[in-house]
Design a protein around this ligand. Structure first.
Ligand code: ZN
Length: 140
């Protein structure tokens, strides 16, 4: 089995519980809640930085922000007319960097969950049920 096939197999089989358990097994240096919380902040900034550098340094995307139009008749109509303000797509290099930052963020999010005995799958499931029940009216 080559590396790509192995990655696909892992991707299909990895559960959030396994990820959370693996984080528990390997977290040593930043075990303190103070380290975990500040690492989450650091990786939030690094995710933002990766997006900004894609526009300002690489140039594979362009961000053209303007006021959103909420002056429409229905939520469905508003939803269909909202813009991300992103033009273009991340190049493979920028996407790889963004994935790395998101992965590190998820590592410390799982560590936070472990500290307080929160099952990350339960948190995802509760949020999923919430947005599924409220649908467009969750207003997120
Ligand atoms: Zn790029």
């Amino acid at each position: 089995m080559n590396l790509k096939e192995n990655m696909i197999n892992i991707k299909n089989e990895l559960s959030m519980n396994e990820f959370q358990n693996q984080v528990e097994d390997v977290l040593i240096r930043h075990k303190s809640i103070l380290d975990i919380i500040t690492k989450l902040e650091e990786y939030t900034a690094r995710i933002n930085r990766a997006v900004i550098k894609s526009a300002t340094s690489c140039g594979c995307i362009k961000i053209t922000a303007k006021k959103q139009n909420y002056n429409l008749d229905s939520l469905e109509e508003i939803k269909n007319n909202l813009e991300s303000h992103v033009e273009g797509e991340l190049c493979p290099g920028c996407k790889e960097i963004l994935e790395e930052e998101i992965g590190a963020y998820l590592f410390y999010l799982a560590a936070l969950c472990n500290t307080f005995d929160v099952d990350i799958s339960d948190a995802i499931l509760k949020e999923y049920n919430n947005i599924k029940t409220l649908g467009i009216f969750s207003l997120k």
